[in-house]
Design a protein around this ligand. Structure first.
Ligand code: NAD
Ligand code: UD1
Length: 338
């Protein structure tokens, strides 16, 4: 099995490459390194003993991408490449629509040209409308996205669906991730955000090693058990294994199918702080701050469709997530730079 992984040097992509290589698959990565570091490839090679091939290119560059397809015959593509910072997408919407949508369109054009029509797309729980009942199933309403990043995922899904409807040779799997956290248990690959982290777990990890003074908890007056926001956190290695399960499905089914990748359990911000403290025997100073614009009180998945059809369920505990995040951050206080 030969797999093209776009965005494979990034957080979820690098963990997925490890799982693919460990199952004996051939892995080729394309990435323009706009939000990742070349060291990720060496780390993946050190973990697995196998070095994935890497081409530094922008997925929007059709000719550069076609050159890779001329060299390699791929069985399928996992498409991670995209920009993902919500706040930046509000400030620079055209950057997000251009990068995320044109990358997907150009990738599909090149795949079609070379006769590879099997694709797994990195989607997000953010495609679900805010007014759904919980837990979110794949039948829950999508749309009403609260920011341009979310719309690029919604539109990306729609582009792929329309394409598979027009040409029945296509197989499309849409994976809707909930909140990926944690790192490989080696502590050698992990999340390496630029600047001040937007997301909870990288922020807590940086407080833990003293890079940030204290966590701001965005709101303690939500209608949740302790008043803080509740999310479905999933260990990134479980998420990576969800892609392996999705490949089996992809290769034996035509058309489009969406799957939630979450645990089905919601934890609050204060649950996360306490779990991190207990798992790592460390104190996380925090203060209560105003709500963050666009945040929902509570989001969690119904992952039963993935269990039934893909045969996949998350295995790692909240303790694993906290311990592995801290191990990665402690071993790499400045991320891949040291
Ligand atoms: P990441 O930023 O670590 O990885 C994305 C990779 O894509 C980076 O290595 C970046 O350099 C590359 N890239 C971006 N645009 C590119 C382009 N035009 N050409 C080539 N390479 C390009 O992000 P991640 O957390 O690993 O997320 C992977 C995918 O999953 C993204 O599409 C993201 O939107 C989606 N997703 C992430 C989360 C999350 O919480 N991390 C949640 C839901 C969905
Ligand atoms: C955010 C994005 C979502 C994206 C996801 C990727 C927003 C509004 N949503 O989701 O589109 O798909 O990241 O993982 O940005 N929190 C704090 N203090 C912090 C950081 C976060 O209290 O410093 C709280 C948030 O208010 C929220 C929870 O922690 O209740 C999780 O936040 P975060 O990790 O940013 O994820 P989401 O908001 O779920």
């Amino acid at each position: 099995m030969k797999v093209l992984v776009t965005g494979g040097m990034g957080y979820i992509g690098s963990h997925t490459c490890v799982e693919l290589l460990e199952r004996g698959m051939d892995v080729v990565i394309v990435d323009n390194l706009c939000n990742s570091k070349a060291q990720a490839r060496e780390r993946v090679a050190a973990i697995t003993g196998k070095s994935p091939l890497f081409y530094q290119l922008d997925v929007r560059d059709v000719e550069a991408l076609a050159a890779v397809f001329r060299i390699h015959t791929f069985d399928c593509v996992i498409h991670f490449a995209g920009l993902k910072a919500v706040g930046e997408s509000v400030e620079k919407p055209l950057l997000y629509y251009d990068n995320n949508l044109n990358a997907t369109i150009n990738l599909c054009r090149v795949m079609d040209r070379f006769g590879c029509r099997n694709i797994i797309f990195s989607s997000s729980a953010t495609v679900y409308s805010p007014d759904n009942q919980l837990p979110l199933t794949e039948q829950s309403r999508v749309g009403d996205c609260s920011n341009p990043y979310g719309w690029t995922k919604y539109m990306g899904e729609q582009i792929l669906r329309s394409m598979a409807q027009a040409d029945p040779r296509w197989s499309v799997v849409l994976l809707r991730y909930f909140n990926p956290v944690g790192a490989h248990e080696s502590g050698d690959i992990g999340e390496d955000p630029r600047g001040i982290p937007n997301n909870l777990m990288p922020y807590i990890s940086q407080v833990a090693i003293g890079r940030r003074e204290r966590l701001s908890v965005f709101g303690d007056d939500y209608p949740t058990p302790d008043g803080t926001g509740v999310r479905d956190y999933i260990h990134v290695v479980d998420l990576a294994r969800g892609h392996v399960a999705a490949i089996d499905y992809l290769m034996s089914h035509k058309g489009t199918e969406a799957f939630n990748l979450g645990t089905g359990v919601g934890y609050s911000v204060l649950d996360m702080v306490k779990a991190f403290e207990t798992a790592n025997h460390i104190e996380i100073p925090y203060q209560i701050a105003p709500r963050r614009a666009g945040d929902l009180p509570e989001v969690y998945a119904d992952p039963s469709k993935s269990a039934e059809i893909l045969g996949w369920t998350a295995q790692h505990t909240l303790e694993d997530m906290c311990r592995d995040s801290f191990r990665w951050q402690s071993k790499n206080p400045q991320g891949y730079d040291g």
